[in-house]
Design a binder for this molecule. Structure first.
Ligand SMILES: [Ca+2]
Length: 544
């Protein structure tokens, strides 16, 4: 029952094969509330634009819709006058009555199945530019079952199942998990998490909820800022159980461990996928701000106890900058068994205490080292080495790596740093992951300067003052490894539709706007992009 469709003549005349709509939400917009959007009848190519307002939107919804590569479904925040992202607040939130979906308590935004709209595997969905918060105990919302409490494992964004999903430029906080991605028996794949700010999540006294907790077939994290969890919460910062995991060019500060990369629990599809054996972590800043949780920075392998399913492959860990300000010991890697390997090269690893406070391994595992920076005095293990360490002797031992402003958290290299131009070659398996970008504080990326031999760590110094953009220089890498993902409910969570009654969603609003949407030729698509300001105004009003 949607009808009126004011739209631009250009858009209406464009030769697109299917209609699509843009819904504008906010003060002075055609739709006042998030719940006015007909979420149950979204179609490929539709865009929902939620405009900033001073008061948070206390509303929640499900995205159960398939877009296409050319016609994604986009939910987009439109920032306020001072750059504020619009806020979706789970506390006291309500759900549009026309929606009916399970696992409603698991997130403010759910991407996954539903009764209304009809169930499907969501695809080509993009969520961007929103602040999403406050899905955790003791908060409550009102949904299909009336007043409902959030469970501990509620998330700001809960992905039950999806493929080709992008979450970017969002702030996710004050929830059990900031982001939760379940593998759903292998259905969830190709997820990108880009340029978000995840912080202040978790539940007091619990180690089971994290800033992000993910399991998928193919997942990429890049350009994100991870901050400490909420006070008193013992979860990890980035916890993952995926196959095809890439973590690059992020800022990861605090958490029980900065990275907890453990075994797939949700699907043997992951364990059987060749990508399960290769994990890539590069170009990140990993900062241990103090005596925050576990003294281990990276855990790789598994934690379920089912060792046969542990990663038992290689963690490729290169060009990271690791800084620990712990007062006592720091351990760089915990490899779960002696069948886990780490290839550690071209990193800067600095402990602010004496160099002997750094151990490379907790005990188990096979570690190979080349071309890293350490302070003198590092030890193999603080608790007894049962694995092995292959050190090619090329690492630099010095008192200081030569950061621009260590106390001020600026870990770019200063002139004269011992880390300049000291990198060795990447591992053969890592050559598909060129260092063409670096983290830009905060939540951004910039080209890594092309300045002769690579420097150690996450940042390249342009010594000449006039460096080429490596993207122009053919680093050959093309697009590296998009992570795809699968189901896998992290941890304890089932994420399964559970109780769901699947009565089909026939009451969908039929039809969509008469105005067009980018469907066909790329020329039209790019014309639309160029005319973005106009396109945004192609607005379809709901008639009720
Ligand atoms: Ca260099």
């Amino acid at each position: 029952m949607r009808r009126a469709i004011p739209c631009l003549a250009l858009a209406c005349l464009a030769p697109w094969s299917a209609a699509a709509a843009t819904y504008e939400v906010g003060p002075g917009q055609p739709l006042a509330a998030v719940g006015d959007v007909p979420w149950e009848s979204l179609q490929a190519g539709d865009t929902v634009r939620i405009h900033w307002r001073a008061e948070p939107y206390r509303e929640k919804f499900v995205l159960c819709v398939r877009g296409t590569a050319e016609r994604p479904v986009v939910v987009q925040g439109v920032r306020g006058p001072n750059g504020e992202r619009p806020v979706l607040d789970g506390r006291d939130a309500t759900t549009r009555a026309a929606l009916n979906y399970w696992n409603e308590a698991r997130g403010v935004i759910k991407v996954g199945g539903a009764n209304t709209p009809a169930d499907t595997l969501p695809a080509h969905v993009r969520i961007e530019g929103l602040e999403v918060r406050s899905a955790r105990p003791p908060y409550t919302f009102t949904g299909r079952d009336g007043l409902t409490a959030y469970p501990n494992n509620a998330a700001a964004i809960f992905v039950e199942k999806a493929e080709q999903l992008v979450i970017r430029d969002c702030e996710l906080h004050d929830s059990g998990n900031g982001l939760f991605v379940a593998v759903s028996d292998g259905a969830t794949r190709d997820v990108r998490v880009e340029g978000n700010f995840l912080h202040g999540n978790g539940n007091e006294g619990s180690a089971y909820e994290h800033n992000s907790y993910t399991e998928a077939l193919g997942i990429l994290f890049e350009g994100n800022r991870y901050g400490p969890l909420r006070a008193g919460c013992a979860g990890n910062n980035l916890k993952d159980r995926s196959a095809g995991l890439v973590v690059r060019w992020n800022w990861l500060e605090g958490g029980n461990r900065q990275l907890d990369l453990v075994d797939a629990e949700g699907s043997q599809v992951l364990v059987q996928d060749p990508r399960y054996r290769e994990t890539f972590v590069y170009g990140n800043v990993l900062l241990e701000p103090g005596d925050d949780g576990n003294s281990q920075i990276v855990h790789y392998g598994g934690d379920s106890g089912t060792e046969a399913d542990y990663r038992k492959g290689t963690l490729h860990f290169f060009h990271n900058t690791v800084v620990s300000r712990r007062s006592g010991n720091t351990t760089l890697f915990r490899l779960s068994t002696n069948e886990e390997q780490a290839d550690c090269r071209n990193n800067i690893v600095l402990v602010t205490q004496a160099g002997s406070r750094l151990a490379l391994l907790d005990g188990d595992g096979q570690l190979s080292l080349g071309h890293n920076f350490f302070k003198p005095g590092r030890v193999d293990s603080h608790s007894g080495l049962s694995g092995s360490i292959q050190d090619d002797g090329t690492s630099i031992l010095a008192a200081e790596p030569g950061f621009l402003d260590e106390a001020g958290d600026d870990f770019h290299l200063a002139a004269g740093s011992v880390c300049l131009d000291q990198a060795g070659p990447l591992a053969p398996a890592a050559t598909g992951h060129p260092l063409h970008s670096q983290y830009l504080a905060h939540q951004g990326l910039e080209p890594r300067p092309a300045d002769g031999p690579l420097d150690l760590g996450a940042f390249e110094r342009c010594q000449s003052g006039a460096c080429a953009d490596p993207a122009d220089g053919g680093d050959g890498g093309g697009d590296d490894g998009e992570p795809g993902e699968d189901d896998a409910g992290p941890g304890e969570d089932d994420a399964g539709p559970g109780e769901d009654e699947g009565q089909g969603g026939s009451g969908n609003l039929s039809g969509s706007c008469a105005c067009g949407h980018a469907a066909g030729g790329s020329a039209w698509l790019w014309l639309l992009v160029a005319l973005g300001g106009w396109v945004r105004r192609v607005t379809c009003a709901r008639t009720g």
